[in-house]
Design a protein around this ligand. Structure first.
Ligand SMILES: Nc1ncnc2c1ncn2[C@@H]1O[C@H](COP(=O)(O)OP(=O)(O)OP(=O)(O)O)[C@@H](O)[C@H]1O
Length: 265
């Protein structure tokens, strides 16, 4: 489903600020895997997601998504394979457009079929149903501009849009970090619901260690550009947050340093 082979990424090559962000990362996800990613500051988590999305191309290595070699494809060329939700609720939607226009845009993602949004009665009823399933009352606000929505409502809409057409992989980039705790819980609930319904394959970066162990079926821990821990099945089930920090220390040889880490909620 997703296969990263020997991925290297160096920023500012040959300059004083040269930075080796990914050092030979290998990662394979099967269909339906939900992998949470944690790691210390600057470990390479966001860079890894950016390599999958095509925002950055690797200096070495191969990226395969859904059996296709996408290593050298641009963000747009691989857009139909990927859904992504960022930390910033303003990033995934177009503020000045209405909810239905945003959903219609998502419908067209990765398809080259003119500029028309193709809104009709059938589409509207489909969108109304999808929004009502979120349970946030957005189904009655199809014609509201998205800028009127709260951060949580926007993130829910972004999740819906990012998963339209069932992408091969869903990238969640600290997507609840900017929300208040109550709203974050609601968005996590919606995330689980959407992922389960569509049997999606997910890579999720989080700073909440408890959440990392509770969500999905596998947790990887990164440090200084490498995956130093890959927990699944019984081993993950039996790991506590304290245990995770201890394992990190054993594998990396230093303490876990993350200025945004949440040990528990
Ligand atoms: N565009 C860039 N140009 C130069 N250096 C970069 C760039 N993007 C990331 N880096 C560097 O690469 C390293 C990995 O960064 P990355 O953002 O992937 O880490 P992270 O694990 O997401 O960190 P954090 O949890 O602190 O956000 C860091 O040292 C960072 O400074």
């Amino acid at each position: 489903m997703l296969e990263l082979t020997n991925i290297h990424k160096v920023f500012n090559i040959g300059k004083v600020n040269q930075n080796y962000a990914l050092k030979g990362v290998n990662l394979k996800l099967e269909k339906g895997d939900f992998v949470t990613i944690i790691g210390s500051n600057g470990a390479g988590k966001s860079t890894l997601l950016n390599i999958v999305a095509g925002t950055y191309l690797p200096d070495r290595g191969q990226v395969r998504i859904g059996g296709q070699d996408v290593t050298n494809l641009t963000v747009y060329e691989r857009a139909s394979l990927i859904g992504r939700v960022f930390q910033d609720p303003l990033k995934g939607t177009a503020s000045e457009m209405t909810i239905e226009e945003n959903l219609a845009l998502a419908d067209k993602r990765g398809r080259k079929r003119g500029l028309k949004l193709g809104l009709n009665r059938e589409k509207r009823s489909q969108y109304r149903e999808a929004l009502s399933w979120l349970g946030l009352g957005l189904e009655d606000r199809l014609n509201d501009e998205v800028k009127l929505l709260s951060g949580g409502q926007r993130q829910a809409l972004t999740l819906l849009m990012a998963t339209t057409g069932n992408p091969e992989i869903l990238l969640l980039d600290e997507h609840t970090a900017a929300l208040d705790p109550k709203t974050a819980v609601k968005i996590i609930e919606i995330t689980r619901k959407i992922v389960d319904r569509n049997n999606l394959t997910v890579l999720m970066v989080t700073h909440d260690l408890k959440q990392a162990l509770e969500m999905g079926n596998r947790t990887i821990m990164m440090d200084r550009g490498e995956i130093i821990l890959d927990l699944k099945d019984k081993e993950r089930e039996n790991t506590t947050v304290e245990g995770l920090l201890k394992k990190f220390n054993e594998k990396s040889g230093h303490d876990f340093t993350d200025d945004r880490v949440l040990l528990s909620r």
